[in-house]
Write a protein that binds this ligand. Structure first.
Ligand SMILES: Cc1cc2nc3c(=O)[nH]c(=O)nc-3n(C[C@H](O)[C@H](O)[C@H](O)COP(=O)(O)OP(=O)(O)OC[C@H]3O[C@@H](n4cnc5c(N)ncnc54)[C@H](O)[C@@H]3O)c2cc1C
Length: 497
């Protein structure tokens, strides 16, 4: 097919500009595939380096660094397909539309294609970009691609949004069975575009220098595929049994790749189903449990669309907005530094700081500890996690924090409190994980490791390990009283797990 001649504005009607955001891949990318199949005059990509927006959203330095490496990998894959990736810069969120339009002009594109994002600021930004693009004469095509089943497609029988996970999942299974998504290929090589090559991808952005070792999170689609395949072949069968033990490598560690869109959720589902004889809601308990975690990811994205206040620091349970959280910088700081005197919490927080990642069981333990033991506002913890996590994602992070703080969608008919000692004893019985991250305690007997009150004090290997910074039983009474006061807990329903 020969390219159409440029119009008076310099745009070529059927040249596509694909705006990449948190979908840094070439394979199974709905917008890219659509462009490659329908834009006969070639396809160009663009990514906008947007530090003002990233700072405003507390994007972690290690995550930005990971994005840049994934972007470089994507750029070289796309170059092999004759799709040049342009890099534009926007100092503030308000500069993004102009940056995208600059790329469209450089590309001579007539159509802008991108995937929907669901956070409030991103929705507003995308609307502004769409308006500017249309005003400049571009056609705009948008697709739902972040989740397997688009938000809004899973509704109750009377058209409402689900607010509880289990019924959501049941309906999600029904919707999936009715229209199983297919996994798209990498586009075929396009005709070369004369005079336009890829821009250099920066290897750093000012203000986002990271201390996390990049070797922990190798970039790119090949690595994401390798992780998925290894997990599906070796570990998915035992996932249900192993997933809660931080000392075991029992989960996929795909979250940074899913959060940056380096691999699609559809592909993950497909791999799990292949490991499960084509089934998603029955069969092996490992694959079924893993698919269920993918559904949590879907659920939290649906909630963002249904309840935009979740993006605006508001709780899901509105009553809990009146809770008078404790303001204590010293306690908050000790929690961040992994110096609370509760070994399982400290090990978790140190893992987060060192690797940009924390095991799911421990995210719940650490979040529960901050909110129910230190009684510090969940929003402070949510923000700190976002500033540290290589997989930081507003929907899942907010969902996890609100679930843990009992301000969210947890459907338990009682007030849930994790006891760090029982959690530690149950999920790290030999203290393998604790000893790795809290080396001061390497020589301490396992039985004592789980009981902060009985931990021998003094110097361990030359370093002092702190006394417990809080008397749990005293705070617990205060927390339950305050939740009762605002009407968010029925009387006497607190249960320790
Ligand atoms: C307080 C708190 C904060 C969290 N913050 C984030 C976050 O910012 N980004 C993030 O991706 N996940 C977050 N999670 C969910 C979960 O902890 C991580 O997705 C998981 O630990 C990632 O490890 P994995 O890839 O090995 O997961 P696996 O167990 O292999 O699961 C596969 C994938 O399913 C998804 N998933 C798994 N569990 C959950 C869950 N509970 N909620 C939503 N999606 C899930 C993830 O995309 C994950 O990669 C948070 C959970 C809590 C309790």
């Amino acid at each position: 097919m020969s390219p159409r001649a440029p119009s008076a504005s310099g745009m070529i009607g059927d040249r596509g500009l694909v705006w990449f955001r948190r979908d840094l891949r070439a394979s199974d990318h709905t917008a890219l595939l659509h462009a490659a199949r329908s834009c006969g005059a070639g396809v160009v990509g663009v990514f906008v380096i947007s530090p003002g927006e990233w700072r405003r959203h507390d994007e972690a330095c290690c995550k930005v660094e990971f994005w840049l490496r994934c972007l470089a990998d994507l750029s070289s894959t796309l170059a092999g397909l004759n799709i040049p990736l342009l890099i534009e810069h926007a100092a503030t969120p308000g500069d993004v539309p102009a940056a995208v339009l600059r790329a469209a002009a450089r590309a001579g594109a007539g159509t802008l294609l991108f995937h929907n994002e669901y956070e409030v600021n991103e929705v507003r930004r995308d609307a502004a970009v769409e308006r500017a693009a249309v005003a400049a004469g571009l056609a705009v095509k948008r697709f739902d691609d972040r989740v397997i089943v688009p938000p809004g497609a899973v509704k109750t029988n009377d058209g409402g949004w689900y607010t509880v996970f289990s019924p959501f999942r049941r309906k999600w299974y029904t919707v999936l069975a009715e229209s199983m998504p297919t996994v798209g290929p990498t586009p075929r090589k396009q005709a070369a575009i004369a005079g336009l090559g890829p821009d250099a991808v920066p290897d750093r952005v000012d203000g986002f220098g990271s201390n996390v070792d990049p070797a922990l999170w190798p970039a790119g689609e090949r690595e994401a595929t390798r992780r998925l395949e290894a997990f599906a072949a070796e570990r998915i069968a035992s996932y249900k049994d192993d997933r809660d033990f931080p000392g075991i490598d029992g989960t996929s560690s795909l979250s940074p790749y899913l959060a940056a869109g380096v691999i699609s959720a559809r592909r993950c589902l497909k791999a799990a189903m292949e490991a499960n004889g084509g089934r998603f809601d029955s069969g092996g308990k490992g694959p079924v449990a893993w698919i269920s975690e993918l559904v949590w990811r879907e659920f939290y994205n649906h909630l963002l669309v249904a309840f935009p206040r979740l993006c605006m620091h508001r709780p899901f349970k509105l009553d809990t907005d009146r809770i008078r959280w404790r303001d204590d910088e010293g306690l908050f700081d000790a929690w961040k530094r992994g110096m609370t005197g509760f070994p399982i919490v400290d090990a978790a927080m140190r893992q987060l700081a060192a690797t940009g990642w924390m095991h799911n069981r421990l995210r719940m333990v650490a979040a529960m500890f901050l909110t129910k033991d230190l009684f510090i506002d969940w929003r402070r913890g949510e923000r700190y996690f976002m500033q540290c996590l290589v997989d930081g994602d507003l929907a899942s992070n907010n969902g996890g924090w609100q679930w843990s703080a009992s301000t969210g969608t947890d459907a338990a008919p009682y007030f849930r409190i994790f006891n760090p000692s029982s959690q530690s004893d149950r999920y790290d019985p030999e203290g393998r994980f604790i000893r790795r991250w809290v080396p001061e305690l390497a020589g301490v007997d396992s039985a004592l490791l789980h009981d902060p009150a009985r931990l021998p004090r003094g110097l361990f290997g030359g370093s002092a390990y702190p006394q417990p910074i809080v008397d749990r039983s005293a705070t617990r009474a205060m927390v339950v009283r305050e939740f009762k006061r605002v009407g968010a807990v029925p009387a006497d329903t607190a249960e320790e797990e």
